[in-house]
Structure formats: structure tokens, C-alpha cells
Design a protein around this ligand. Structure first.
Ligand SMILES: Cc1cc2nc3c(=O)[nH]c(=O)nc-3n(C[C@H](O)[C@H](O)[C@H](O)COP(=O)(O)OP(=O)(O)OC[C@H]3O[C@@H](n4cnc5c(N)ncnc54)[C@H](O)[C@@H]3O)c2cc1C
Length: 463
């Protein structure tokens, strides 16, 4: 007989598992179906293991700077297998934690592959056969996977996707990273710091193309200083794989360059996991691999919701989780607020880090705002100098008429932790006056957030 639930969630990534837990907290009888690993891409192959690897490269980098801090460190080196082992261990620990959270919240976990099977029905292929489940509400949270471009398909040996790059069979000597979004740049940063001769190719006119142009330019300067080769407005046309080498044909400025590498990382975006779910039969609309939803993540088919990467950009874990909470509350009869896309921060954990929320300067101008822009460099901040991190910039953009904080953009040490200050500000619809009146603790990097706001109004103190 079919098991019956109030809410069934398909996929246990940060969208799905958070939706399931919130639903259970609200008194719903909830099942979460997962075909591979609790925690999804984020915990197993995304956010968490990359940050563990990047921490290793950051410590390695700091060890090389030991003398600067009056310390001694001889024979500095690394053991790539041990770096990977630590990263996999961190991922495993967190993925295991989801199982405990499910038990604690009485969420039924079903390991298997789910397909929609008619109104309020889901079939699940498990190790033991096929199960049928019925539910009043179904939440699709099947996430996404790496996009593969023809000719650039990963093979795990010479050409890697993010999964390969997280468990490298060897340390690349000459590495090509295709794509300079967050994923590409984080891997470029990791491998470059550990000594790989790294080239990044970006089809757009600048690295980190979704960031404010000034922040992209600042970050690029640092990457080049660290030894990376950056090719912008460039396209990898073809990869010739022969033996242990890849010849890349890279087109830029009307010319084709032929360059040889031993490893290529393809980081050219993601595609939604829409296949095999029975979406078409259920009448659910898909636009270029992403399920079409309204602001409440409703698919247009009664009782079926889609959240997270499956439901489109921004492809971020915190967006997925927030949608999960919103949908669970809606299903439980609550009146949650829809997500505000402009208040979702984006963070890139390269060296130096990059973080932003809201509109870039160009977007704000394009939207017709009469803007006020404030900037503050890390070199003017005591804590940044004490930390030995004087390279960075905090930029804020205000609506000159109303004082609304339209956007904030940062590059430098720990900015991925700092950005949330501005996110709270935007959520509370703060104005320049509130931010200027706020007292920031000293000495902290956060003082630069204050100074940047002050600078927008000609009042910066330390620069
Ligand atoms: C290398 C890398 C680094 C990243 N770093 C960050 C970061 O620092 N910060 C950030 O915010 N985001 C980061 N991301 C993005 C982040 O991982 C995703 O935005 C997030 O995982 C999306 O969550 P989700 O729940 O929508 O989907 P997913 O995490 O993809 O989870 C979907 C789950 O559904 C399961 N599933 C799919 N189909 C079925 C089915 N038919 N039946 C049952 N189960 C199914 C899958 O096995 C998977 O476990 C990174 C991604 C990558 C690849």
C-alpha cells in the first residue's frame, strides 16, 4: 500500500532538506526522497568541500608568508591526497549530519530515484523495487549538474568537471580553467596557489562577469600578480586530447592561439536536473533546463512546487534553502514573504575573496538611478594592515534621491563574512543615514563598510 504524506520533497540538497525539516517543524508528515547523497551537491560536491580545499591552499599561502609575521616555517609543502582526504571528510561529516537532523525532526528518508506519477503521486525506484507514495504537496528540489559543451566534455583524466577537480588524480602542472564564474575562479585560485601554472579563459569581457566591473578589475589584478594568466573575451574552440596533453585552440581578438596543458577544468555553468522526473506528463513548464515558477515557487500545477537550482538562478545554496523554508510555510498554511532576489548575496572564496549584494554600478545607472558611490580601500583600515591583508576594496551604491542602499561590492580578505552586514541592511530597507549612525567595532574589517558609506556622502574619515 502507498505510504501517504502531507509533503514529499524530491532531492535532499540545501533546498530539499531544509524544506523537509521546516515542514516537519510545522507539524506536517514529511518524506524526503534522495537518489544519491543527503546534503546534495552543496555538502557533497559543492560549497563545503571546495571551501575545505581552499582553506588548505590559504594556510599554504600563509605559511609561505611566515617570515613577514616574524615566524619560521621550513620545508613547506603539501600532500595532495591528504588535502583531498580532509575535504572529503568534512563533506562526509556534514552529509551525515543531515541524516541525524531528519531523524530528530521525524522526516522519513527514502533513498531512491523519484518520478511524478499523477496528481499527488510519486513513484520511487529503490534498491528493493518500486514504491508508490502519495502526498498533498510535492516539492521538486532535484538541483543541477555541470554543463557540458560539445568538444569540451570532461573525461576525468585530462578534462575535469568540478567533481574531478575535488578529487584530483594528480596535481596539474599546466592548468586551463574554462569559465571564470565563482566555481571556475575558486578552482583556479586553489590550484594556482598550490603551484599549478594556471590560465583562465573567460568568454565575457571580464573575469567574474556578474560582479561590479571595478571589483572584477581589482580581482583580476590580484590574480595576475599571483601568476595566473587571464584571457578575457576569449573562447575555447576546441580541445585536442593526445596522450597526457591537451592542446587548446583559444580564439580571442580575431586570432586563434594554440596552447598546451596537462589538465583542463571545465566550469561553464550548470543545467537543471529535469530529466526522468515526469515533468512534461505532469504539465510542468521547463525553460532551458529549469522549471518555471512564480515568486512563491509554484509550478502552475496544483500542489507541486520547485525550488533551488532546479528553479533557476541564482544558483546558490542559501537561495535554495530560503525557498525551501518559504514553500514549507506556504504548504503548512502560512503567509511567507517571497524571496527578494536583490537581497541574495553572492560570495566567491578565491584569493582575494569577492562578495556582493544588489545592483552593480552599471546596473544601477542602467535602471535610471541618480547614484552616489562610496569606496574604501583595505589599505586605510587598521585591522586589514594588522592582518597583513592591505589589498581590497569596499564599494557601496546608493540611490542619491532616497538614500536606499542599492548595492554593495567587496573584494579582499574575509569579505564573504562581511557582506551579510549589508544584506541585513537591504532586508531592513536601511538608508545611508541608518548606516552612518551605526557604530562599528574597532579594530575590525567591518569598519570599512562604514567608511564606504561615509565616502558616498563625502564623509570618510580614514582616507
Ligand atoms: C563546485 C561548486 C561549488 C559551489 N560553491 C557554492 C558556494 O560556495 N556557495 C553557494 O551558495 N553555492 C555554491 N554552489 C552551488 C550550490 O551547491 C547549489 O546552489 C546548491 O547545492 C543547490 O541546492 P539544491 O537543493 O537546489 O540542489 P542540489 O544540492 O543539487 O541537490 C539536489 C539533490 O537532488 C537529488 N536528486 C536529483 N534527482 C532526483 C530524483 N529524481 N530522485 C531523488 N533525488 C534526486 C540529487 O542527488 C541531489 O542530492 C557550488 C556548486 C558547485 C558545483
Amino acid at each position: 500500500m502507498a505510504q501517504n504524506f502531507d509533503m514529499v520533497v524530491i532531492g535532499a540538497g540545501p533546498g530539499g532538506y531544509v524544506a523537509a525539516i521546516r515542514g516537519a517543524q510545522l507539524g506536517l508528515k514529511v518524506a524526503c526522497i534522495e537518489r544519491e547523497h543527503l546534503g546534495g551537491i552543496c555538502l557533497n560536491w559543492g560549497c563545503i568541500p571546495t571551501k575545505a580545499m581552499l582553506r588548505s591552499s590559504e594556510v599554504f599561502h600563509l605559511m609561505h608568508r611566515a617570515k613577514e609575521f616574524g615566524l619560521k616555517a621550513d620545508g613547506i609543502g603539501y600532500d595532495l591526497d591528504a588535502v583531498v582526504k580532509r575535504s572529503r571528510g568534512v563533506a562526509k561529516q556534514l552529509s551525515g549530519g543531515i541524516g541525524h537532523l531528519f531523524k530528530k525532526n521525524k522526516v522519513t528518508t527514502i533513498m531512491g530515484e523519484a518520478t511524478l506519477a499523477g496528481k499527488g503521486k510519486v513513484t520511487v525506484k529503490t534498491d528493493k523495487g518500486t514504491e508508490e507514495i502519495t502526498a498533498k504537496s510535492i516539492v521538486l528540489a532535484t538541483g543541477a549538474r555541470a554543463r557540458e559543451l560539445p568538444g569540451l566534455e570532461p573525461d576525468g583524466k585530462l578534462v575535469w568537471n568540478y567533481k574531478h577537480a575535488l578529487q584530483p588524480p594528480h596535481m596539474p602542472k599546466k592548468l586551463l580553467v574554462i569559465g571564470s564564474g565563482a566555481i571556475g575562479i575558486e578552482f583556479a585560485s586553489f590550484y594556482n596557489t598550490l603551484g599549478a601554472d594556471t590560465t583562465v579563459v573567460e568568454v565575457m569581457d571580464r573575469v567574474l562577469p556578474v560582479e561590479d566591473a571595478e571589483i572584477s578589475a581589482f580581482a583580476k589584478k590580484q590574480f595576475v600578480k599571483q601568476g595566473m594568466t587571464i584571457m578575457e573575451k576569449a573562447t575555447v574552440k576546441k580541445l585536442d586530447r593526445k596522450g597526457d596533453k591537451v592542446t587548446a585552440h583559444i580564439e580571442t581578438g580575431g586570432k586563434t592561439h594554440t596552447m598546451e596543458f596537462d589538465t583542463v577544468i571545465s566550469a561553464v555553468g550548470i543545467v537543471g536536473n529535469t530529466e526522468g522526473l515526469g515533468l512534461e506528463e505532469a504539465g510542468i513548464k521547463v525553460d532551458r533546463t529549469h522549471v518555471v515558477t512564480d515568486e512563491y515557487c509554484r509550478t502552475g500545477v496544483e500542489g507541486v512546487f520547485a525550488i533551488g537550482d532546479l528553479a533557476g538562478a541564482p544558483w546558490l545554496a542559501h537561495k535554495a534553502s530560503h525557498e525551501g523554508v518559504m514553500v514549507a510555510e506556504l504548504i503548512a498554511g502560512g503567509k511567507p514573504h517571497p524571496i527578494k532576489p536583490g537581497s541574495i548575496a553572492g560570495c566567491t572564496y578565491c584569493h582575494p575573496q569577492v562578495a556582493s549584494v544588489g545592483m552593480t554600478e552599471a546596473k544601477a545607472k542602467e535602471a535610471g538611478y541618480d547614484i552616489k558611490v562610496g569606496k574604501f580601500p583595505f589599505i586605510g583600515n587598521g585591522k586589514a594592515i594588522a592582518l597583513g591583508e592591505p589589498e581590497g576594496l569596499v564599494k557601496t551604491i546608493f540611490d542619491g534621491k532616497t538614500g536606499e542602499l542599492l548595492g554593495a561590492h567587496m573584494v579582499g580578505a574575509e569579505v564573504t563574512e562581511l557582506i551579510q552586514g549589508y544584506v541585513v541592511g537591504r532586508q531592513l530597507e536601511t538608508t545611508e543615514e541608518d548606516l552612518m549612525e551605526t557604530v562599528f567595532p574597532h579594530p575590525t574589517l567591518s569598519e570599512m563598510m562604514h567608511e564606504s558609506v561615509l565616502d558616498a556622502y563625502g564623509r570618510a574619515i580614514h582616507f
